[in-house]
Ligand binder design. Structure first.
Ligand SMILES: NC(=O)c1ccc[n+]([C@@H]2O[C@H](COP(=O)([O-])OP(=O)(O)OC[C@H]3O[C@@H](n4cnc5c(N)ncnc54)[C@H](OP(=O)(O)O)[C@@H]3O)[C@@H](O)[C@H]2O)c1
Length: 253
């Protein structure tokens, strides 16, 4: 049984998820990384580097059977998860200027994005909740997006992604309400900001700007900023979960 502090990161195949795994191990955590697609081998490379600290867990968060199997696998290694980072997500159709109420809307796409981005993190949390509550830190991190903020919404389109993240935020509040008052557990909702990633409209980790022309930061730097918040999450311990940027600034819900 693993006795060190532990973390679980979904969507760790590549992108910021992989970077979270690496940096958590550098902090001394044993990490269970969710592997979605076989074609990427970045996790295997990482495991060679951290043979005693990194466990590759097959995980499709859109599929309850896969999530249950992942949960059983993790329970075979440890009786506690200090930090769960629900990172895995898919993008919708281009979220700016597309898929407005005047368009021929793709409802199957909306259901697909909701199933991954909203129900996926709930499935994973649901299966791991007892391990999380059995840990010291009891920390659930939902990687959300400012695009899910109803209070600041300015986009005229993007029902799929925007609504999936708004609903994820609501799930954070519901889960926080059931673990904070009596068990001291905590949910932190984080907008990671624009990154050089494979996600959505960006082209890959070497881009300096994304398709909207915004300068985006390296995932290494961004993961570091986010983990600093997570490891110092005591300052966000409130009755309601915090919804913050990677800099720790509050975002309206
Ligand atoms: N990039 C941005 O600018 C930005 C902005 C705001 C919020 N975010 C949020 O940040 C998080 C990470 O995004 P990223 O930019 O690092 O994107 P990314 O590189 O595409 O990473 C997302 C990860 O989730 C995995 N994934 C997709 N569907 C899955 C499923 N059904 N089950 C398990 N894993 C699945 C992907 O696997 P594959 O690689 O194998 O497809 C990938 O490893 C997401 O929650 C995203 O919404 C990103």
């Amino acid at each position: 049984m693993v006795t060190t502090k532990t973390a679980c990161v979904t969507g760790a195949d590549r992108g910021i998820g992989l970077e979270f795994c690496k940096q958590l191990m550098d902090e001394g955590y044993t990490v269970f990384g969710g592997k979605y697609l076989h074609k990427w081998t970045f996790m295997e490379d990482l495991q060679k580097k951290y043979p005693d600290q990194f466990y590759i867990i097959p995980l499709d968060i859109s599929d309850m059977e896969s999530v249950k199997a992942a949960g059983e696998m993790i329970k075979g290694y440890t009786d506690h998860i200090d930090i769960l980072i629900n990172n895995a997500a898919i993008t919708g159709k281009r979220i700016e200027g597309r898929m407005t109420i005047f368009d021929d809307l793709d409802y199957d796409q909306m259901i697909k994005v909701y199933n991954v981005n909203t129900l996926g993190p709930i499935r994973v949390t649901n299966v791991l909740i007892n391990l999380i509550m059995n840990s010291q830190e009891k920390m659930i991190v939902n990687i959300s997006s400012e695009a899910g903020s109803i209070g600041t919404c300015w986009r005229p389109g993007g029902f799929d992604y925007l609504m999936s993240k708004a609903a994820l935020n609501m799930s954070s509040a519901i889960i926080h309400n059931s673990i904070f008052p009596t068990m001291g557990g905590q949910v932190l909702d984080i907008h990671p900001g624009g990154m050089r990633s494979y996600f959505g409209t960006t082209e890959g980790p070497d881009d300096e700007v994304n398709a909207q022309g915004r300068v985006v930061e390296s995932m290494e730097k961004r993961a570091k900023q986010i983990l600093e918040l997570v490891l110092d999450a005591g300052r966000f311990r409130f009755d309601h979960p915090a919804f913050v940027t990677y800099r720790g600034d509050r975002i309206p819900w």
